[in-house]
Write a protein that binds this ligand. Structure first.
Ligand code: ADP
Ligand code: MG
Length: 254
């Protein structure tokens, strides 16, 4: 399998002289095509910092991040914005949908600047909406649909441009347990059937149990990793065990 992402010696130091804080120490990370990888760790561990660097929102103090063969750390802003549009898909905790656009218009927004023709766009929307169970709400506005439907819309928007890597930051954070489960099943299906590569930050062991591999970060360093076997239930228990050794209770892990 090809590597979608390779990060080497990633270091992030915040602040300046006399008042510095090292948020990430020499992190090495590889994500292969078709992986569904979770990032967990206590509050302040460096999860958001890592995700922001991989999202190209922030830059590391040193180290390299290669996505699909391009080192994003050295890219200029023009190239970065087209890189983000073409290679990355984002799912945020608070959905980030535009209220004045319909669900369908929100989903196809990432294709606005692309040269993909109208017919192909229709075909993609239909297929993705069907897979995510949102066909019936395509002509509605975000305020007319539930939180779970909004997040599945966000997932549809994240994959419509067939990105190399989908980045999800606490995607179930604002959802009730039933909607969370539906979203996670959708992500899992996208991963299995479309070979979508997904990296998800979560503090929730249940959500993490849908991943195939989980990296645990503590104090800016990789603490350990877990790989899922056949059983999601067994995996869930193992995740809880690691979280216990990481310290803090679950409520503390946001
Ligand atoms: P997590 O997402 O795992 O909770 P973060 O990546 O947000 O952790 O933060 C890691 C550490 O870096 C924390 O100690 C946090 O206080 C610090 N930090 C995060 N952002 C900044 C910033 N902009 N300036 C200074 N320190 C920061
Ligand atoms: Mg965070």
């Amino acid at each position: 399998m090809n590597n979608v992402l390779v990060a080497k010696n990633l270091k992030k130091i915040y602040g300046s002289r006399g008042n510095v804080y090292t948020a990430l120490y020499d992190i090495d990370l590889e994500i292969k095509e078709g992986e569904f990888i979770g990032i967990m760790g206590p509050s302040g561990a460096g999860k958001t910092t890592l995700l922001n660097i991989i999202s190209t929102i922030d830059t590391p103090t040193s180290g390299t991040v290669t996505i699909d063969g391009d080192n994003i750390v050295k890219m200029d802003e023009d190239k970065l914005s087209s890189f983000r549009r073409n290679k990355l898909g984002f799912i945020f905790q608070d959905f980030n949908l535009l209220d004045t656009l319909t669900i369908k218009e929100n989903i196809i927004l990432p294709l606005a600047l692309s040269k993909i023709d109208h017919k192909e766009i229709e075909i993609r929307v239909k297929k993705i909406a069907f897979n995510l169970g949102i066909t019936d709400i395509l002509n509605k506005y975000p305020y007319e649909v539930s939180g779970g439907q909004k997040q599945r819309t966000a997932a549809a928007r994240a994959i419509i441009n067939k990105p190399s890597l989908i980045l999800a930051d606490e995607p179930t954070g604002a959802l009730d347990s039933k909607s969370s489960q539906e979203l996670l099943q959708c992500l899992s299906d996208l991963n299995e059937s479309d070979n979508a590569t997904i990296m998800m930050v979560t503090h929730d062991a249940f959500a993490a149990s849908y991943c195939k591999r989980i990296l645990f970060i503590k104090d800016g360093k990789l603490f350990t990793e877990l790989v899922r076997g056949n059983s999601r239930k067994v995996f869930f228990q193992k995740i809880l065990d690691v979280l216990k050794t990481l310290g803090g209770d679950n409520n503390d892990l946001i």
